[in-house]
Design a protein. Structure first.
Length: 300
């Protein structure tokens, strides 16, 4: 039975520093730092595991203690990590600076290790969905898209950033789901960010079934081919740390879709997962399912 979600993407350790007062540029700021496993693909896989979905992570980590911890923590969330490759050298890192409100000021991504990911370790015969993280190099992403198409498995693409969206734009056709913000959407189509509706139409014309356009605090639009776009409000949340919110959002959508939810219902689950994550200091909130359930009760 095809039931597994296969997530192909980056695994790293997050180093997140948050100032305890309004940030002052070009000098040292008092604050707190935490180190925890991260990476877009890994975060999505970990959240899916916490939400009870059968999920397999395909990634690469170094043969160092960071790699050990990333694999341990991801497996503890319920994800299968047997297809994560161990390679000589250092595990990737994502270093972020947040201001005292928890908003991202700057970040540095050192993800060279993901280039060591080997697609041949992936078996899609039991896959219900492939999730592709835009951190992959173009050649690897091409192989993932081709493998999913050959196996007849729908593919969801998370662009990650404007630069990565632009690099992989030629692969964004005949996909099941694409989850950009307006700037990433512009990078995928070459249009202005303000023309996001025309960009969505472009992707539908390229054979993309669902385009879920993220507008941050203004919510999102679920745009399914052949239907009118549906706006979803962001779930109210007090910001503690925004890191990982988008990854939880996609994971919750996938988990709801696997259970038979329609795209709009699934997107509502996604917003609850994002709000639960934003209200937590964790990149992947350990009690994600319980926190989402609590938010559902609150907003009935």
């Amino acid at each position: 039975m095809k039931q597994w979600v296969v997530v192909v993407g980056g695994t790293n350790m997050d180093v997140v520093a948050r100032t305890s007062a309004p940030l002052v540029a070009a000098t040292s700021n008092p604050g707190r730092t935490r180190i925890s496993p991260g990476g877009v693909g890994r975060n999505i896989a970990a959240c899916l595991g916490l939400l009870g979905a059968p999920v397999r992570l395909v990634s690469a980590v170094g043969d160092d203690t960071f790699g050990d911890e990333a694999l341990r923590a991801t497996a503890a969330c319920g994800a299968d990590v047997a297809a994560v490759r161990r390679v000589p050298g250092a595990t990737g890192t994502y270093t972020a600076v947040l201001d005292d409100r928890g908003e991202l000021v700057a970040a540095v991504s050192d993800m060279a290790v993901v280039d060591e990911l080997v697609l041949e370790t992936v078996h899609l015969t039991d896959a219900a969905l492939v999730v592709l993280d835009g951190n992959l190099a173009h050649g690897q992403a091409t192989r993932v898209v081709a493998a999913a198409a050959q196996a007849g498995v729908p593919l969801a693409f998370e662009p990650v950033s404007v630069a990565k969206a632009a690099r992989l734009a030629d692969l964004v056709h005949d996909l099941f789901l694409v989850t950009p913000n307006t700037d990433e959407l512009a990078a995928l189509t070459g249009r202005a960010a303000t023309d996001w509706r025309d960009s969505v139409a472009d992707l539908h014309a390229r054979g993309v079934e669902h385009v879920w356009v993220r507008h941050g605090a203004d919510g999102s639009w679920m745009c399914s081919r052949g239907n009118e776009p549906v706006h979803l409000a962001a779930a109210p949340a007090e910001v503690v740390d925004v890191t990982g919110a988008g990854d939880a959002m996609l994971a919750a959508w996938v988990a709801a879709w696997l259970r038979g939810g329609d795209p709009v219902e699934a997107a509502r689950d996604g917003h609850r997962a994002a709000a639960a994550t934003i209200q937590s200091p964790h990149t992947v909130r350990p009690d994600l399912a319980e926190a989402m359930h609590h938010l559902t009760r609150e907003h009935r």
